[in-house]
Design a protein around this ligand. Structure first.
Ligand code: AR6
Length: 180
């Protein structure tokens, strides 16, 4: 687990399940273009949210790589789910820019909806094949660039599946903080 305060905003990495973040007002989904159940993060979120989530998603689909849309949380303990379509690594190009757009668009939707706390999974690093370390650099680089522009979001959590992924993310954050 890593927790740091940067420019008045808490940035945290911890091991866990994105669908079980009851203290976060919003969670981010690593979605598919059709905003359907799927596997991985999307499967966990849709299972916990119940069928109402897919119903709300239907008219919002399809979305393009880098895009994000927001819905309610349904049976989840969160008010909102922000669905991002990450790039398929080296297929949806330029992958780094499209991945950065996911984080930028998710933060913008969170701000527009006065969200105070937001939990991200590691978008694109499962079925979509993005190497975890490269993805973590894009994710944190983008989030850290956005920090000065945030006014309602005060707490950003990265929820990783394994302890090894947490360590890797914590190292990337320390490195980026050291560079600034
Ligand atoms: N909580 C936190 N992290 C998780 C969880 C969970 N419950 N489950 C998996 N991870 P993925 P993608 C990690 O595949 O690469 C889906 O089927 C996982 O170890 O969920 O963006 C959709 O329907 C990995 O590091 O997302 C799409 O078709 C990361 O979360 C497609 O996969 C992302 O893995 C999206 O692929």
């Amino acid at each position: 687990m890593m927790k740091r305060e940067i420019q008045g905003i808490t940035l945290e990495c911890r091991q866990g399940d994105i669908a079980r973040q009851s203290d976060m007002q919003a969670i981010v989904n690593a979605a598919n273009a059709q905003l359907r159940m799927g596997g991985g993060v999307a499967g966990a979120i849709h299972r916990a949210a119940g069928p109402g989530l897919e119903e709300e998603c239907r008219p919002l689909a399809p979305i393009r790589p880098g895009q994000a849309v927001i819905t309610g949380g349904h049976d989840l303990p969160n008010d909102y789910v922000i669905h991002c379509l990450g790039p398929v690594y080296q297929v949806d190009e330029p992958s780094p820019e499209l991945l950065a757009s996911c984080y930028q668009n998710a933060l913008r939707l969170a701000e527009d909806n006065h969200v105070r706390s937001l939990a991200f999974p590691s978008i694109s690093t499962g079925a979509f094949g993005y190497p975890m370390e490269s993805a973590a650099k894009v994710a944190f680089g983008t989030v850290m660039d956005a920090l000065p522009r945030l006014s309602s979001v005060k707490h950003i959590r990265f929820v990783l599946f394994s302890e090894g992924d947490v360590t890797l993310h914590a190292e990337v954050v320390e490195h980026l903080v050291g560079l600034r």
